[in-house]
Design a protein around this ligand. Structure first.
Ligand code: SAM
Length: 288
């Protein structure tokens, strides 16, 4: 099979299989030949590893993963791509394609069924952009036995996720990701690297899963509730934003901020992870 990032090859495959791109499913296929080998190498595909891919498309990244990892399992929602993948990946005996929606599949079960013989498991994918945040949060919140998540996302999403917690560029997603993992931008990918080209540039990020959260936050549900309330009104002071949606009463918000020694007129975006954890512990005490 000639290179799956070659435009002529992609057009030929699409013609023979009567395939047309679905915008709704975020189908932008990579045509820059240098991206997938780099992603596979930096995304944990090596020796005895197992790799879970989301949205293989016609298999351009899958093939690079399969060359390097012990086992690759890829989840693809679009059933029109199954015969295509059967053809493009026929030379690999370590690839399993699962037809389904990544948001509906039990990933814990899938990992134990597919990667029992692997030393470690990583996720590596060129994500469909319409579900970037839910997929990332689902992977992290499920506390899967994985080492890292290496994904291509929109450049704006990459900048947001990898911004320092406590900076103006940070958001609820930044804090949530940093609670479970250490994120970093690996490299940027221009819009011209895809067919059809999307309206935005992209970047590959890696989230290395933490063995433990960086700080004790008290009750995790309270921590994430606090992050949600705080960032839903991020321009407001904490004494106002924490009362959003009835998360805390005015009295509770004042007491929590005083206990945590945080000025009531601070905005949530100014707090680093240590201060966020401290505030969450104080709220946990109040709510006990
Ligand atoms: N990996 C290929 C590449 O790099 O060229 C294709 C990536 S394309 C950006 C996203 C892929 O995700 C498409 O193949 C699309 O059909 C698939 N997809 C979309 N929604 C999905 C979902 N909910 N679950 C699994 N796959 C999905």
């Amino acid at each position: 099979m000639s290179s799956l990032s070659d435009i002529g090859t992609i057009k030929d495959i699409m013609k023979r299989h009567g395939f047309a791109f679905s915008k709704g499913l975020g189908q932008n296929f990579l045509i820059n030949p240098s991206v997938c080998p780099r992603m596979a190498e930096m995304g944990g595909a090596n020796g005895n590893s197992g790799v879970l891919e989301i949205g293989p498309g016609i298999g351009v990244l899958t093939a690079e993963l399969a060359k390097r990892a012990k086992q690759v399992t890829a989840i693809e929602l679009d059933d029109r791509l199954l015969p295509v993948l059967g053809e493009t990946l026929s030379e690999f005996h370590n690839v399993n394609i699962i037809h389904g929606d990544v948001m509906k599949i039990n990933l814990t079960e899938l990992i134990s069924d597919n990667f029992a013989d692997c030393d470690e498991v990583a996720v590596c994918a060129n994500l469909p952009y319409y579900i970037t945040s839910p997929v990332i949060m689902n992977l992290l919140e499920s506390r899967l036995p994985i080492k890292s998540v290496t994904v291509m996302v929109q450049k704006e999403a990459a900048d947001r996720i990898c911004a320092p917690v406590g900076s103006r560029e940070s958001g609820a997603l930044t804090v949530s990701v940093n609670y479970y993992a250490v994120p970093e931008i690996l490299f940027k990918v221009s819009r011209g690297s895809f067919m059809p080209p999307p309206n935005v540039d992209s970047a590959v990020i890696r989230m290395t899963i933490r063995e433990q959260p960086p700080y004790d936050v008290g009750d995790e549900k309270i921590f994430f509730g606090m992050v949600k309330a705080g960032f839903s009104q991020r321009r407001k002071t904490l004494s106002n934003s924490l009362t959003c949606g009835g998360f805390l009463s005015r009295t509770e918000a004042s007491k929590a901020l005083a206990d945590a020694q945080i000025a009531a007129n601070t905005r949530i975006e100014a707090l680093n992870m240590k201060d966020l954890a401290k505030l969450s512990r104080c709220i946990t005490q109040i709510k006990k």
